[in-house]
Ligand binder design. Structure first.
Ligand code: HEC
Length: 125
């Protein structure tokens, strides 16, 4: 029977590639779905704010004891529009500083950076 052969092939593939590989594929596809759902600006802003508070907030959130004055000069996550004081170059540099984020978060950050710069261009025309 065709189906049993397909099942056997699938089973041998999963043992060969290992379940970890399958898990990576599943996580990657759910990440893509999350990204697609976040094309609305507000959702993307909220997601990136959460990521930044988690990974950058120890220095870039003024309410924390660990906050760094030099970091707060660049941006303070307490500000609603926390990129407003940043130059275009500094906004672009968010991507470089976010290199150690996990891939889905990095993708959100990259999308956010592109959107901030697009919005600036659009409003200066
Ligand atoms: C351990 C403290 C610390 C953490 C955590 C931190 N930063 Fe910073 N950040 C600083 C300091 C201090 C400066 C200012 C001095 C400098 O440029 O390094 C800075 C500067 C920056 C700049 C300006 C760079 C430039 O050349 O103008 C950006 C952009 C930035 N940070 C983004 C981030 C992002 C994104 C994260 C999280 C993924 C993050 N930072 C996490 C301390 C931190």
């Amino acid at each position: 029977m065709k189906t049993t052969r397909a099942v056997r092939l699938f089973t041998s593939l999963t043992t060969w590639t290992g379940p970890r590989c399958l898990a990576v594929v599943m996580v990657a596809s759910s990440g893509a779905k999350a990204l697609a759902a976040e094309t609305s600006g507000d959702q993307l802003n909220a997601a990136v704010r959460r990521i930044a508070i988690d990974h950058c907030g120890s220095c870039h959130e003024g309410s924390r004891a660990s906050a760094n004055p030099a970091a707060l000069k660049i941006f303070d996550l307490r500000d609603e529009d926390w990129t407003a004081r940043m130059s275009d170059e500094q906004v672009l540099k968010l991507n470089g500083r976010g290199k150690s984020l996990r891939p889905t978060d990095r993708a959100r950050l990259t999308q956010f950076v592109a959107r901030v710069l697009e919005n600036r261009k659009a409003s200066s025309q």
